[in-house]
Design a protein around this ligand. Structure first.
Ligand SMILES: Cc1cc2nc3c(=O)[nH]c(=O)nc-3n(C[C@H](O)[C@H](O)[C@H](O)COP(=O)(O)OP(=O)(O)OC[C@H]3O[C@@H](n4cnc5c(N)ncnc54)[C@H](O)[C@@H]3O)c2cc1C
Length: 469
């Protein structure tokens, strides 16, 4: 038997979640449930939660290879945001203005729903709804936020977004070189470790069984009409047969043979400062605890933690051939170094600050960046996946959608564009590796070039066309 891992080391959030991380018992022999869920991250747990709220008599099992919250849910930036992985302009192009507006309004509601459930279930998740600021740092970033503002205006969502000039931005947070911002109130910060671990306790209170240290090696859809033909999750310790199996393993689903090309694991990394002093905070401001990002192609996301630190996250860590996922990839020195440098460039008054934590993890990206919440009643297989780095609130929405689909309810949620969406497969290797690495290094190059020249990327380069979403 493998030794139990030191799970607190995987992120600051797991380290400070206040919950006992000793694994729950593993599955011991074949069993039968009504619903069996692969994955105890937000997707699996929200699905279990809403199923049990709708029908407390359901027998629900969650199977988790490590511990609840081991994946992205226990490691993320804590943005509980109305943002959606596919840009509003691209959603409008794919689905039209009405469907886009409905989806974005539902996302706005999902931010509040997470706070509502946290309050109802008495989860101490440090939920603070301070809104979000998209900064333009340098003149080259101004056109992107103006374009975004115009799109929201055109979609009839203008009231949710306010353009701020440099002074108005600095009154919220003082970031070197910030020339403007787009502010939206629809974002909260949460302690994701407390949320995912609290949610696991809540679904147990509502009657679910969570098996930890239980890897699912395959799933088998319904084979026929007989009771012996029920769909099942296959593990080394026995099978779990159920009327419905739910695949909620996000990036890690790429390791199941049947789903190998549906998602790729993209690594996102975070560095964390020590708590700032009162005088440092007085220089920076940021009393509203908005989440903060800029327009860099290689993505940045910041938050001010409840205990007064700055978390600075970003992408750029390399994709690995064959969609490999390994613990060592969570700590990529060049990317963590870049994030530390960026922290000091954004906040030059913090020279000499100590960085106490650095971690990361894989998120699941489908070929078209579009999350999927699907249910096939014939095969008895449901899935929620593909959040492309925007899953803290989107998983909550996905959990409600799957609960509706599985219990046969026809609701406005079951008509959203993520429902029964099927993303195209990623290219076979080594083409996939070549393409993804090309776009990743292209993004870093475009960012450097735009900073140097003060001009935005043209939108026509091969990198931008390959990576468009
Ligand atoms: C560093 C980082 C920062 C991020 N920041 C943000 C942010 O600020 N805001 C935001 O909205 N989103 C963010 N995201 C994305 C967000 O965290 C995810 O979209 C979300 O947590 C996905 O939840 P999930 O339950 O689908 O997947 P996960 O949390 O990855 O959970 C999947 C679970 O399934 C288990 N599992 C997988 N395969 C198997 C198997 N075969 N057998 C058994 N168990 C299995 C895994 O161990 C894991 O616990 C970030 C992600 C990362 C990595």
């Amino acid at each position: 038997m493998d030794p139990i891992k030191d799970y607190a080391r995987y992120s600051f959030w797991l380290e400070t979640c206040g919950d006992d991380l000793t694994p729950r018992p593993r599955l011991d022999g074949s069993v039968e449930f009504d619903v069996a869920i692969l994955g105890a991250g937000f997707s699996g747990l929200w699905t279990a939660y809403y199923l049990l709220r709708r029908d407390p008599s359901l027998r629900v099992a969650v199977l988790e290879r490590e511990i609840a919250g081991f994946g992205a849910s226990g490691r993320n930036g804590g943005w509980c945001s109305a943002g959606f992985p596919v840009s509003p302009a691209e959603l409008e192009r794919r689905y039209g203005a009405d469907a886009t507006r409905d989806l974005l309004l539902t996302m706005i509601d999902a931010v509040d729903e997470v706070g509502r459930v946290a309050a109802v279930e008495d989860l101490d998740v440090q939920y603070v709804k301070g809104g979000t600021l998209r900064l333009a740092i340098g003149p080259h970033q101004l056109p992107a936020i103006e374009r975004a503002r115009q799109t929201y205006e055109r979609l009839g969502l203008g009231e949710h977004y306010t353009a701020l000039d440099a002074d108005e931005t600095a009154r919220r947070v003082r970031v070197a070189g910030a020339l403007a911002a787009l502010y939206s109130p629809n974002c909260a910060v949460v302690h994701p470790g407390r949320l995912v671990r609290g949610l696991a306790r809540a679904v147990e209170r509502h009657g679910a069984t969570i098996y930890e240290q239980t890897p699912v090696t395959d799933y088998v859809p319904r084979a026929g009409a007989g009771p012996e033909d029920l769909p099942r999750l296959v593990t080394p310790y026995g099978d779990v047969r159920a009327r419905t199996v739910v695949l909620a393993g996000e990036a890690y689903l790429s390791q199941l043979p049947r789903l190998r090309r549906q998602l790729i694991p993209v690594y996102s990394l975070i560095v964390l400062t020590e708590p700032l002093s009162e005088s440092q905070w007085a220089e920076i401001g940021w009393e509203g605890r908005e989440t903060v990002s800029s327009q860099r192609y290689s993505v940045d996301y910041l938050s001010r933690t409840a205990d007064g630190r700055i978390a600075f996250g970003g992408r750029g860590a390399p994709y690995h051939l064959g969609s490999r996922i390994e613990d060592t990839f969570d700590r990529h020195q060049p990317t963590h170094g870049m994030l530390r440098d960026l922290t000091l460039r954004w906040f030059p008054m913090l020279q000499g600050i100590r960085f106490t934590h650095a971690w990361g993890g894989p998120l699941g990206a489908p070929r078209d960046w579009m999350p999927t919440t699907s249910y096939d009643p014939a095969g008895g297989v449901a899935t929620a996946r593909g959040y492309t780095g925007q899953g803290v609130s989107t998983t909550n929405l996905a959990g409600r959608i799957l609960a509706d689909l599985i219990t046969g309810a026809d609701t406005p949620l079951t008509h959203l564009p993520t429902v029964n969406h099927h993303s195209p497969d990623w290219e076979p290797e080594p083409l996939r590796w070549l393409g993804v690495r090309y776009v990743q290094s292209g993004y870093l190059r475009l960012d450097r070039e735009a900073e140097r020249t003060g001009r935005p990327p043209t939108g026509t380069s091969l990198t931008e066309r390959l990576g468009a979403h």
